[in-house]
Design a protein around this ligand. Structure first.
Ligand SMILES: Nc1ncnc2c1ncn2[C@@H]1O[C@H](COP(=O)(O)OP(=O)(O)OP(=O)(O)O)[C@@H](O)[C@H]1O
Length: 117
């Protein structure tokens, strides 16, 4: 099967990156502050574990579960707002009946050399 030329694939990747970096950083920062200040103890514990993994490049995988309405989405929104307020890239890979899978990748400033893993 023919493979698209690399420059075409590079263009697609860059579109994704550009879209993910088009957020209003100030608005995201404000949203993060609002959400974070309302996190309950359990949410805060998970928030700290996930952000610790991100900022210390631990590469952990987290499976967050709980009954409907317990605040999982609220937690994700808080974490995502924090990362996007810092121009980091968060991709939602899957959402199915309470299961959400996110991929976070810090992309280097030099976009053409950057990769998703
Ligand atoms: N710490 C919080 N402070 C204020 N409101 C909260 C908090 N956590 C959750 N909520 C609110 O509670 C409601 C349910 O939360 P959320 O949608 O995050 O639950 P969920 O676990 O994702 O539910 P489901 O599994 O059904 O999708 C939402 O209106 C959300 O804004």
């Amino acid at each position: 099967m023919p493979f698209p030329p690399p420059q075409f694939l590079c263009g697609i990747a860059n579109t994704l990156i550009v879209e993910e970096r088009s957020y209003n950083v100030e608005a995201m920062n404000q949203e993060h502050q609002n959400l974070h200040s309302n996190l309950n103890t359990n949410q805060l514990e998970i928030y700290d574990a996930i952000t610790d993994s991100v900022y210390n490049k631990r590469g952990n995988v987290f499976f967050v579960y709980g009954s409907g309405g317990c605040g999982k989405t609220f937690l994700w929104r808080t974490i995502i707002a924090r990362l996007r307020s810092e121009m980091k890239i968060v991709l939602r890979l899957l959402q199915h009946q309470g299961l959400q899978l996110f991929c976070y990748q810090e992309v280097e400033q030099h976009i053409p050399g950057s990769r998703f893993h």
